[in-house]
Write a protein that binds this ligand. Structure first.
Ligand code: BMA
Length: 313
């Protein structure tokens, strides 16, 4: 292995900050990403001045230069089924295209804990809530964009006071009811992700398997450091992990990743695979701004398989 970074940061990072948003927000971070009708879409999280979060939308022709819409895309619901669970805000969306619908999983925060909400849109103009799809406490849910034997699969990350905080995989017949959950990747002691791990971007289908770009956290005397890592899941059975890369692929380095609302954080909720074998990875820097970088998908897969550690050890 050379010292060459696997992810090449875009030279004009950060690509979106609060100064680019036409309404009052304090941060722009942790955006889900996808392509819709030749446009790149970022659904980003913003803290308001009361510390609670809403979701905004920004669009781009090239995946680098984004323009935010004049209004937020999702704010806490006023419909009683959802409002009781979204009182403290909506956070960290992931986008998954299934058929012609874009499904959005997001964290719904309230005095009762954090649950996952499912919403959908077919045009990124209007959005409809479908259901709450987890109990408290759960964060970081990413749905696989295909079914397996007629069932949907998702990766999730239950909270627990009992370590370790693993990545789990659950199954569903209808995207609403989920079960048969199993842990699939576990943090490793004194590794860069020893404190906790969680799903990041919606998995990317490759010939060798599903590429999972996730986040891992290491505790230091100066607080937690959030980094990104990769794992490869079996194409036919995503609960089977073919390899977890021992090394991280991205660590906070740029000034806007090292300091901000929460220091030392790179956190992804979305990536877009391109036809040329590269992937644009989008990440929040220090819970304050949005950044992008490019990696070769084959390099990430090679790291999963050739520099692997056991998924559960
Ligand atoms: C996690 C989540 C993320 C956030 C990260 C770093 O627990 O709250 O939304 O980016 O912490 O603060």
């Amino acid at each position: 292995m050379t010292n060459k970074p696997l992810v090449t940061r875009y030279e004009d990072n950060p690509i979106l900050t609060k100064h680019d948003i036409p309404y009052a927000v304090e941060t722009v971070h942790n955006a889900g990403a996808t392509k819709y009708e030749d446009q790149y879409i970022l659904l980003f999280r913003s803290h308001l001045r009361n510390g609670r979060s809403i979701l905004g939308i920004a669009r781009s022709d090239d995946g680098y230069k984004f323009r935010a819409d004049s209004k937020p895309f999702m704010v806490p619901s006023s419909d009683s089924e959802f409002s009781i669970h979204e009182e403290y805000g909506v956070e960290d969306p992931r986008i998954c295209l299934i058929g012609s619908e874009y499904y959005i999983t997001y964290s719904a925060y309230s005095r009762f804990g954090v649950r996952i909400g499912l919403a959908k849109t077919c045009d990124f103009e209007s959005v409809e809530r479908v259901s709450l799809i987890s109990q408290a406490d759960m964060r970081n849910v990413v749905i696989f964009p295909e079914t397996f034997g007629g069932r949907y699969a998702r990766m999730d990350r239950p909270h627990s006071e009992i370590n370790p905080w693993c990545i789990w995989l659950s199954w569903s017949p209808d995207l609403v009811h989920w079960g048969e959950s199993v842990p699939v990747i576990q943090p490793v002691q004194y590794h860069w992700d020893e404190m906790k791990i969680g799903p990041g971007a919606t998995p990317i289908k490759t010939a060798q398997g599903w590429l999972n770009i996730y986040h891992g956290v290491f505790p230091t005397m100066d607080g937690a450091v959030y980094r990104l890592g990769v794992a490869l899941h079996d194409l036919a059975d995503p609960a089977k992990v073919l390899g977890v890369a021992d090394d991280w692929i991205l660590s906070p380095e740029d000034p806007w990743e090292l300091t901000g609302y929460v220091h030392n954080v790179v956190f992804t909720c979305g990536a877009v695979a391109e036809d040329d074998g590269t992937v644009k990875i989008y990440w929040g820097g220090a819970d304050s701004v949005m950044c992008v970088g490019v990696a070769k998908i084959d390099d990430l897969i090679e790291l999963c398989l050739k520099k692997a550690r056991p998924p559960l050890s």
